[in-house]
Design a protein around this ligand. Sequence first.
Ligand SMILES: Nc1ncnc2c1ncn2[C@@H]1O[C@H](COP(=O)(O)OP(=O)(O)OP(=O)(O)O)[C@@H](O)[C@H]1O
Length: 299
Amino acid sequence: MTAAIQVHGLRRRYGTFEAVRGVSFDVERGELFALLGTNGAGKTSTLELVEGLDRPTAGTVRVLGRDPVRDRAHVRPRTGVMLQEGGFPPDLTPAEALRMWAGPLPAARPVAEALDLVDLTHRAGVRIRQLSGGERRRLDLAAAAIGRPELLILDEPTTGLDPQSRHDTWRLLRALLGDGVTILLSTHYLQEAQELADRVAILHEGAVVAAGSVAEVVAGFPARIAFDLPPGLTLDGLPDVVGAYSEAGGRVTLHTTALQAALTTLLGWAAAHDVALDGLDARSATLDEAFLSIAGGAA
Ligand SMILES: Nc1ncnc2c1ncn2[C@@H]1O[C@H](COP(=O)(O)OP(=O)(O)OP(=O)(O)O)[C@@H](O)[C@H]1O
């Protein structure tokens, strides 16, 4: 079966400014794929092309095997979209807005079920203008999911939600994945990607700078070993390993691309010389470190 989304060599220009510069990725059926990136990295510009809201300046997009602009009539009913800004009239209630939204959809969930999915049942009859920002975000998600889409495209679905609502949304997205729905989302929350994503792509200045599972992405960044500098020693007295030692306040840090080998050398050296490595801590890079490294230009 073809991938749910196939994006190849995508470019998008606004006047003379190129916001998307040759982006490629595939989203397999049934997976959650997260687009990460700094502000202005090109996430929304990319998602809008996948949604078929505009044609790319160059490159191709296929959604459920079709061109999302040319074959909109085929693609749109099978896709649920949540834009960064919801657009419901503020004088409607959530129940009215969802009833209106579900009207033309062939297999829509009942409005009550959609409200329950996002925990808005108790707000069904309140005017949208009176909803909090987080409640409006959840209403937008209910609208995206009400048509039982095969594919959900969500632009920052949990921005503005409190931690409890964010976790509830994650639970809903996991349940939808369990039903076989494919999800492409953008997020600023690295923990969200770590919790939910089968694969991620990190965008920076319009280009994909890292992609793969979270484990694959962080594997490309140095792991870290730290310990207290043993009394009477300087960094020159430590064994040679792949990586570089640094020291601050009596604490030694080693960034290394060969964690197991460096740790083995270090522990062997400590045992042979009867040296205690107090406060020893060794771990792979985190997604935060990979992201900060990219955002800081180190990648
Ligand atoms: N309609 C437009 N006209 C001109 N420039 C635009 C337009 N839309 C976006 N841009 C610019 O394109 C770049 C990418 O914007 P985009 O909204 O795609 O980034 P993003 O990764 O979604 O950012 P954020 O995380 O802040 O939402 C930014 O520099 C933005 O200012």
